[in-house]
Design a protein around this ligand. Sequence first.
Ligand code: ADP
Ligand code: MG
Length: 321
Amino acid sequence: MGEFDLIARYFTRPARRAVTGVGDDCALWQPQPGMQLAVSSDMLVEGRHFLSTVSPQRLGHKALAVNLSDLAACGARPLAFTLALSLPRIDPAWLQGFSQGLFMLADAHGCELIGGDTTQGPLNICITVFGEVPPGDALLRSGAQAGDDVYLSGSVGDARLALEVFRGSLKLDTALFEDARLRMEMPDPRVALGVALRGIANACIDVSDGLAGDLGHILKASGVGAVLTTDWVADSAAISPALQSIPMARRLELALAGGDDYELLFTAAPDQAPAVQEAANTCDVSVTCIGRITAGQGLQVLDAQGIPLSRRFVSFDHFSH
Ligand code: ADP
Ligand code: MG
């Protein structure tokens, strides 16, 4: 099988909303009049963003999920995506699984594959997603206001927990490990929540590098500070049963600095609290208040007694490891 057979067999489907999709030099897309386009790219490199043990189905899912998560963070509705693939060899079973996982998630979000590029090389997957949002409605990192509540969707820490079990630095009961592993390998992008938070949240980011570090991006962009509580790490919907089974000190580290969570971290004025809960209920996802935006600078993390913890929760930086 050659490059063009591969594209035809695994990545070509009839165009739906696209004017033209895979097969020509460019894909053509007719934007809805008056809408803004939201665009984001994410690359996944073997050994860096995923382990060789992951199934191709889950990898196909995750490659798109991390991109959809960026659209979610902006409150954008997914439209289409392109896929640039570097493959060491043509492996039909792998391609079958990968494209299946990819298209399952794409279909769940009505997001159409409209083009890409395929080349031989080390396994590397780069997706660019396109979404739409009404002008002025996009959620940005820069809108946080002093006095805002800080919220987190779903739960954090599980992806890093699973990674640490793979690395052998932690042990988990098999059923709990499988739950954590599913969170690591098949994150569920919070697209519906992002859209529902338009006009409610003042600032939003998706948690990819670690909660504390990603909150730092909101603080910097908004010129504000924050106080994070940690009582929710002891017991709340934001901490899974798997993470509950880990001692508190390590649990804090995994929850605040673990990364790969793909949850939404957002701020909203206190009088929006009922609207935040309503949005969460509608989208069937939990939302936990984990702190408050302050007028000062920087991030302060308080322990259960309200005493500041040391500044060890830094974000994941690909060039510092
Ligand atoms: P060109 O050389 O003109 O850039 P290619 O030969 O790379 O075109 O690709 C042929 C067609 O297949 C193009 O429409 C391109 O967008 C599409 N394509 C290539 N690789 C992929 C892929 N992995 N997924 C989806 N579409 C792809
Ligand atoms: Mg090309």
